[in-house]
Ligand binder design. Structure first.
Ligand code: UT7
Length: 347
């Protein structure tokens, strides 16, 4: 059975840099608070009229496709991971198919938030190993800047997120010792609501607030003025609770991938953690006893780009020559759901 290799990788971040100090215009916060608690100094915000989650994904994809030495016409399956799609439906995959003038290939959208890219990688890996597809385009892209509460009310979340996209072309390889060794996927829905965007959604009556509404009123509950007034159209996060869980599950799922393949943490050439918070990455590094040169972080410049953060970090690490052929690379993510995942690969 072949393994799956990353044949090409690309990233795209908008030109517009938004520093911590730029946020002061809108909310009560400080550069010191943000940097001390998260490591973030600046993030990118998409051009408000020309850039969408899909267009950023397409820019990253063009680079990945060119680096793989193929053309868009060779892609035989698209997987798109995002929590900030251009439309509630259809997903961004079909918009990529249209924008890149691809054949009438399959397009799958993944809604697993921070772990979306790794879930996509795992799905692609199965399709490639079974011989179903030969050139899968996997994109992680987010345009958070169109859906944040930029008032003091939303500051615990809004200061964290940024826009950007990363993409890989995945192909089969018969080269021994190369490619994805294993992927590991997990979920625990017990705390689904502590990192969530509640609306638009179909749960409204479930919360009891609308019990007295008639059917016609309920039919409009997918998105109402009241929800907007209650800021339910913005993400909600109990940050400390997420932090506590993340620092347990990140090391656990990384160790799981190492043990499955007979490796130790010291064997890792590069760990690419989802860029949620620099403090989380530092905790994970310490817990696993990894040296600075074994872990890549770029949250300082891009903030948390959710489904895009792993491919953006992977791409930058590779572009900077920090990942070379034959290196043992571990990817790991944890976030909303909760869902968490890891992948171990030989580059
Ligand atoms: O990628 C998705 C997964 N997400 C994560 O992994 C995020 C995990 N959580 C975190 O990264 C952290 O919890 C945050 C960075 C979100 C928050 O840091 P924290 O140290 O946990 O702060 P906190 O929420 O406990 O808030 C501490 C204080 C509060 O004030 P009081 O009640 O102590 O007076 C907040 O109101 O900091 C206040 N605060 C802020 N102050 C200035 C919250 N946000 C801000 C802000 N600027 N932006």
């Amino acid at each position: 059975m072949p393994r799956t290799k990353v044949a090409g990788i690309g990233m795209y971040v908008p030109e517009n840099i938004f520093t911590n100090n730029d946020l002061l215009k809108y909310m009560e916060t400080t550069d010191e608070w943000i940097e001390e608690r998260t490591g973030i100094r600046e993030r990118r915000y998409a051009n408000r009229t020309t850039e969408t989650t899909t267009t950023m994904g397409v820019e990253a994809a063009k680079i990945a496709i060119e680096r793989a030495g193929i053309t868009a016409a060779d892609i035989d399956f698209i997987i798109f991971a995002t929590l900030s799609p251009d439309y509630y439906f259809p997903g961004c995959g079909v918009l990529v198919q249209r924008a890149m003038k691809m054949k009438e290939i399959g397009a799958l959208d993944i809604r697993n938030q921070c772990s979306g890219f790794l879930y996509g990688l795992s799905v692609a890996d199965q399709f490639i190993k079974t011989g179903m597809y030969k050139n899968i385009l996997l994109i992680g892209s987010e345009k958070h800047s169109f859906g944040l509460d930029m008032t003091t009310r939303g500051r615990n979340i809004s200061v964290i997120f940024g826009d950007g996209a990363g993409a890989v072309v995945l192909q089969p390889t018969e080269e021994s010792g190369r490619g994805i060794l294993s992927t590991h996927l997990h979920s625990d829905g017990e705390s689904a609501e502590i990192l969530a965007m509640y609306n638009p959604g179909t749960h409204a009556n479930h919360w009891g607030k609308y019990a007295d509404f008639d059917d016609a009123e309920i039919a409009q509950m997918f998105m109402s003025n009241k929800m907007v007034d209650d800021a339910q159209n913005f993400p909600f996060m109990d940050g400390p609770a997420v932090f506590k869980k993340a620092i347990v599950k990140f090391p656990e799922v990384i160790k799981e991938s190492l043990e499955a393949n007979g490796y130790l943490a010291s064997d890792i050439n590069m760990l690419i953690p989802h860029q949620a918070n620099l403090r989380i990455a530092q905790f994970v590094q310490q817990k696993l006893g990894l040296k600075d040169e074994q872990v890549f972080n770029n949250i300082q410049r891009y903030g948390n780009t959710t489904a895009a953060s792993v491919p953006i970090a992977l791409c930058e690490a590779w572009q900077e020559g920090k990942i070379k052929e034959g290196d043992l690379v571990c990817l790991a993510a944890f976030g909303s759901g909760f869902t968490w995942a890891s992948a171990l690969l030989k580059w």
